[in-house]
Design a protein around this ligand. Structure first.
Ligand code: PAF
Length: 281
C-alpha cells in the first residue's frame, strides 16, 4: 500500500494510474477503521478498482467539540487493516493540506430540506462540513466510484445531492451496514462504549427490527412509543425514532407500504451518540 500525505503527490499517482486505464474506487473515512469500512474496500476490490482510502478527521463536520476531541484515532491499527484488505493507496492529509486557505473561503453547499431534519436538526452545521470535505476529497482523488456505508443513510443522501450539484459523473455505491452479532451497527464510536453500555447498545437495532415487523398491520405511533419507553428504561437518551420516505427522507407519521420506507434512530448512551437505520420494504 502506498501512503500519500500531499495533494500533489496523490494527484500525480492517480493521473498515472488513470492514464494506464485504471478505474479508481474511493473510500473516504475518518479512521478508527472497522469491518464496515473494510467491507467498502472489499466491494471496490471485487469491482477491480484501484482503491484509495482517505483518513481525515474533518474538524468542520463536528458540532460537538468533545466528540471531535475524543474521536478515536488508531492509525497503526488502521494501516494494518488496510494492508490486510489489499487497499492500494492511503491518503492521510493534514488540516493545512486539506484547507490551505482556511475553511472560510471554501464553497458552502446548500442541501436544503436534508439539512433541516433528523441529523440536520440534531447536528447543526454537520452536513455543511461533510459537503465541504467530501467535495474537497473528490476534487483531489477524482475517482470513478465512491463507496459509502448505508449506516449513515442521511449522509449518503447528502453526498448524492452534492454529486448532483457538482454535476459529477462519479458513481456512488452504497454498501449495506455491517453489524455485530447483537445487531449493533459497526461504528468507530462504538469503541468508546463501556462494557455495560456495549451490552445494551444492540437494543437500537432491535427497535428498528420491531418497527419493521409491524409495517403491514401495526401502528407506527404505538411501536415508536414502545421503543422510546424501552430505551428510556435502559438509560438511553433518545433523540429521534422516525419513519421516512427512503427516497426523499420526507417524514411519515404512519406506515405507507406504497412508499419505500426507512426507519431511522439516534440515541445517546452516556455521552456516546449512536445512529442506525433500516430499510423496511
Ligand atoms: O462518514 C464519515 O466517516 C465522514 O463523514 C466522511 C464521509 C469521511 C467525511 O468526513
Amino acid at each position: 500500500m502506498i501512503i500519500f500525505k500531499k495533494v500533489v503527490d496523490i494527484q500525480q499517482y492517480i493521473k498515472n494510474k488513470v492514464d494506464e486505464g485504471a478505474q479508481i474506487g474511493f473510500v473516504p473515512t475518518m479512521g478508527a477503521l472497522h469491518e464496515g469500512h473494510i467491507s467498502l474496500i472489499c466491494k471496490a476490490k471485487q469491482e477491480a478498482r484501484v482503491v484509495v482510502t482517505s483518513i481525515f478527521v474533518n474538524p468542520t463536520q463536528f458540532n460537538d467539540k468533545e466528540d471531535f476531541e475524543k474521536y478515536p484515532v488508531s492509525i497503526e491499527q488502521d494501516m494494518a487493516m488496510l494492508i490486510d484488505a489489499d487497499c492500494d493507496v492511503l491518503f492521510i492529509p493534514s488540516v493545512s493540506e486539506m484547507y490551505p486557505n482556511g475553511t472560510d473561503n471554501m464553497p458552502a453547499y446548500d442541501f436544503g430540506y436534508l439539512e433541516t431534519v433528523l441529523e440536520g436538526t440534531q447536528r447543526p452545521g454537520h452536513f455543511k462540513g461533510v459537503g465541504q470535505v467530501v467535495a474537497r476529497l473528490l476534487d483531489i482523488v477524482n475517482p470513478h466510484y465512491l463507496y459509502m456505508g448505508q449506516k449513515d443513510y442521511q449522509q449518503c443522501m447528502v453526498v448524492g445531492n452534492l454529486l448532483k450539484q457538482l454535476n459529477s459523473s462519479i458513481r456512488m455505491v452504497i454498501c449495506p451496514t455491517e453489524r455485530d452479532d447483537d445487531g449493533l451497527a459497526m461504528s468507530s464510536r462504538n469503541r468508546r462504549l463501556t462494557e455495560p453500555q456495549r451490552a445494551i447498545a444492540g437494543l437500537l437495532y432491535q427497535c428498528l427490527v420491531s418497527i419493521q415487523a409491524k409495517k403491514d398491520d401495526g401502528s407506527f405511533d404505538i411501536v415508536k412509543k414502545e421503543c422510546e419507553d424501552l430505551l428510556k428504561a435502559k438509560g438511553f437518551n433518545t433523540e429521534y425514532i422516525s419513519l421516512a420516505d427512503a427516497e426523499t427522507l420526507e417524514l411519515l407519521n404512519e406506515y405507507n407500504n406504497n412508499r419505500k420506507m426507512v426507519a431511522l434512530i439516534a440515541a445517546k448512551i452516556g455521552v456516546i451518540r449512536l445512529i442506525d437505520n433500516l430499510l423496511l420494504n
